[in-house]
Design a protein around this ligand. Sequence first.
Ligand SMILES: [Zn+2]
Length: 223
Amino acid sequence: MNSLSFQKYYVRFKQAALRQRATLTYLSNGGYIAQFGTGPSFAIMSGLHGDEVSGPLAILEWLENLSDNYKPPSKLWIAPLINDDGWNKKQREWHNIDLNRSFNENAPNFLKEIMTSLKITKPYFFLDLHEDSDLNFSYIYQFINDKHSWTQQLASSLDIQIETWSDFASWETASEIYIRRLGCDYCFTLEASPALTLQNRIKLHINSIVWLENNIKVFFDTE
Ligand SMILES: [Zn+2]
């Protein structure tokens, strides 16, 4: 399944990103952030949890299949596979640390580098791709105070459920909270269910990227 090591993943990611003339930011764990296009940032992240393989694989498949003259709807900021140790060991944690509870001053260096890059790029849109192995259905988180209906629309387009949340305190140091604090209101954390085949989880994630791309394009065209 992921016989593709972290190192091999990044050889392919780098090649596909350079084909889109992306600017690459080297991370101290050997990963990269790729950025290309212009305008407000659409940040895509995955692989915080090493055993959730479908998100990173979806980003790679999506990127490798873009045409050479692809034009992103906005600036893309992509950190596709963050947890090096967990990925290679097929484990959720990074050296016993949950990276999605580590967006603070105690973050390991490569995560601090990602946090700094996010602070600079100030995402307007944010997508974080996960899997939830405890549930037999896929869902997307919705913050109840959001003033837009993108989450409902995205959930209905993907035919998945919605899990609402209201309290920043219960999710402190998770990626979405960090990014919301940078001023981003269009945040989407997607959880694919392992009840789906790997191929269908990958498809679900790719569909979420494509849906957001299309809506971002309409959003800026009609502004
Ligand atoms: Zn996860």
